[in-house]
Design a protein around this ligand. Structure first.
Ligand code: NAD
Length: 454
C-alpha cells in the first residue's frame, strides 16, 4: 500500500503537498468510530440534524473563496467556476434538506381496520467515495443524503483533490457529533480496503470501470450501493435548430471544466443539410477560447493530470489515424502544466474510439447524419445513458424524439438539469440507483413496516 499521495498543481506541475495515506489500522478505526456514532446519530430527530446542516451550508458559502482557491490549485478549474461550485453546493445542501424531509415521512396504509406504517430507517455506516472533477459538489451529493437520513459515513475524496476533501470534511465535522463523518485519504488501495471493511453501504461517484469493481466488492456482503458513473452524452442537432443556441451549447458543453464533466457534450450528431454551416460556426467560437492557469482571466484551465491528458491525446491520435479531420487544436500546449488545446474534430463515426469511450476532455466531436432517425440510432449506440440533448425549433418533435433516446436526463433546446428536486440519473451503464429527488435520498434508508389493527 502506498504511504503517500502527491498533490500536484496541474497548472504548473508543482507539488502542493505530500499527503499521508490512511493506513489499514486508520481505515478500521474510522469505520469503528462511525459504527459507534451510528447508535446515537440514528436516533437524533431529523429536525436536529437539519439544524446542523443549515450551519454547514452557511459556512460553505462563507468559505467559498478559500475553498475555491484550493479547488483551482488542486484540479485546475477556472477560479470563478470553483467559487460558483461552492455556492451551488451550499444551495444543494438546502435542497437535500427538503428532500430528506420528504424521504423520511412515515407512510400510512389502511385496509379495513388493518394499519401498516412504513418507516424509512437509516442503514448504518456508508462509505462515500468521490471523484475530483467537482470536488466540492460530488462529495456533498452523497454526504448530505447519507447523514441527513441518519447514517454515519466514512468519506474518501479523490487522490487528486485531497485538500479540498479535507476542507469539506472540516466544515461537516465542525457541527456533526464525533464519528458521524470520518475522513480517509489515499487512492484506489484505500478505496478497496474501505470496501472490504465493516460497512453497510457504498455510495460512489466515478468512472464506469471502477463502478463495476465496486459492485463486485459489494456482492461479498450484499452491501447496498448507489453508483453515479460516467457518460458519453450525445447532442442531436436537427435541420430546423436555432443554430446560435445550439453552437453555444455545443462549445460550452464540450469545453466547460476542460471537458471534465460527466454530462459534457461528448458527441454531436448534426443533420447533413446544416453540417457545414454548423461546423464553421463552432470553429469561429472556439477560436476565441482562452486557455491558461485557472487563476488568470481564462475560459479553460488544464486537464487534472498527465494521465488524463494522455488519454485524450491518444483518442485524438486514434481518430486522426482512422480518417477523422482535426479542424482546430488537437495538441498538448507546450508549457508547464497539463494543458491541451480546445479541439474540434469532424468526419467522425463510431469506428473512432473518441465517439465510443468517455473522453473527459476539451474536444468537440462532430458527426454528420442523414436525418433524425439516424441521429437517434447513433445516440443510442452506447453502453452509457447519462444525459442527451436535442435541438429543434419544433419542441413537440424534440420531446417525441427525447422519448426514443436511451438516457436518464434529456434536454430539449436546453441542458439536462431540469426542475430541482427531480432525479439526477444515469440509465444503462451510467449508474445504478440515482441521486436527487425524495426517492433518491430514500435509497440511503431501508423501509420498515409496523402493522396493527385499530
Ligand atoms: P475514478 O472512478 O477513477 O475514481 C473515483 C474514486 O474512486 C476516487 O476517489 C478513486 O480513488 C476511487 N477508486 C479508484 N479505484 C477504486 C477501487 N478499485 N475501489 C474503490 N475506490 C476506488 O473516477 P475519477 O477519475 O475520479 O472521476 C471521473 C469519472 O467520474 C468520470 O467517469 C465521470 O463521468 C464520473 N462522474 C460521474 C458523475 C455523475 O453524476 N454520474 C459526476 C462526476 C463524475
Amino acid at each position: 500500500m502506498r504511504k503517500f499521495i502527491l498533490d500536484i498543481n496541474p497548472s504548473n506541475e508543482e507539488l502542493i503537498e505530500k499527503i499521508k495515506c490512511s493506513s489499514p489500522g486508520e481505515i478500521a478505526s474510522g469505520v469503528k468510530l462511525a459504527r459507534k456514532a451510528f447508535k446515537v446519530w440514528s436516533k437524533v430527530p431529523l429536525k436536529k440534524r437539519i439544524a446542523l446542516f443549515k450551519k454547514i451550508a452557511k459556512d460553505l458559502n462563507n468559505e467559498k473563496k478559500s475553498i475555491g482557491r484550493l479547488v483551482t490549485k488542486e484540479m485546475g478549474k477556472v477560479y470563478r467556476s470553483a467559487v460558483g461550485e461552492c455556492e451551488g453546493t451550499a444551495y444543494a445542501i438546502e435542497e437535500n434538506i427538503k428532500l430528506a424531509e420528504k424521504a423520511s415521512e412515515i407512510e400510512i396504509f389502511k385496509e379495513g381496520n388493518l394499519v401498516t406504517e412504513v418507516h424509512h430507517i437509516p442503514i448504518g455506516v456508508v462509505a462515500v467515495i468521490t471523484p475530483w472533477n467537482f470536488p466540492v459538489g460530488m462529495p456533498e451529493s452523497l454526504l448530505s443524503p447519507a447523514i441527513l437520513m441518519g447514517n454515519t459515513v466514512v468519506f474518501k475524496p479523490s487522490e487528486n483533490t485531497p485538500l479540498t476533501g479535507k476542507a469539506i470534511y472540516d466544515i461537516f465535522n465542525r457541527y456533526l457529533p464525533k464519528g458521524v463523518i470520518n475522513l480517509l485519504q489515499g487512492a484506489e488501495e484505500v478505496g478497496e480496503a474501505l470496501l472490504t471493511s465493516d460497512i453497510d453501504m457504498v455510495s460512489f461517484v466515478g468512472s464506469q470501470a471502477v463502478g463495476k469493481k465496486i459492485m463486485e466488492a459489494c456482492s461479498k456482503k450484499l452491501n447496498r450501493l448507489v453508483l453515479e458513473l460516467g457518460g458519453k452524452d450525445p447532442m442531436i442537432i436537427l435541420k430546423d435548430a436555432d443554430l446560435d443556441k445550439a453552437v453555444n451549447y455545443a462549445v460550452n458543453g464540450s469545453l466547460r471544466n476542460s471537458g471534465q464533466v460527466c454530462v459534457s457534450v461528448e458527441r454531436i450528431y448534426v443533420d447533413q443539410s446544416i453540417f457545414s454551416k454548423f461546423e464553421k460556426m463552432v470553429l469561429d467560437k472556439v477560436k476565441s477560447y482562452k486557455v491558461g492557469d485557472g487563476f488568470d482571466d481564462v475560459d479553460m484551465g488544464p486537464m487534472v493530470s498527465e494521465s488524463q491528458r494522455n488519454h485524450v491525446l491518444t483518442q485524438i491520435e486514434d481518430a486522426k489515424r482512422k480518417g477523422a479531420k482535426v479542424l482546430f487544436g488537437g495538441n498538448a500546449i507546450e508549457r508547464k502544466g497539463f494543458f491541451i488545446e480546445p479541439t474540434v474534430i469532424s468526419n467522425l463515426n463510431h469506428k473512432h474510439d473518441i465517439m465510443v469511450t468517455e473522453t473527459f476532455g476539451p474536444v468537440i466531436c462532430l458527426q454528420k447524419v442523414r436525418n433524425a432517425e439516424e441521429a437517434v440510432e447513433k445516440a443510442n449506440d452506447s453502453t452509457f445513458g447519462l444525459g442527451a440533448t436535442i435541438w429543434t425549433k419544433n419542441s413537440d418533435k424534440g420531446r417525441k424524439i427525447a422519448e426514443q433516446i436511451d438516457s436518464g436526463m434529456i434536454g430539449v433546446n436546453q441542458g439536462i438539469g431540469g426542475v430541482s428536486g427531480t432525479p439526477w440519473v444515469g440509465i444503462k451503464q451510467s449508474g445504478f440507483g440515482y441521486l436527487g429527488s425524495a426517492e433518491g435520498v430514500r435509497q440511503f434508508s431501508v423501509p420498515k413496516k409496523i402493522s396493527y389493527k385499530k
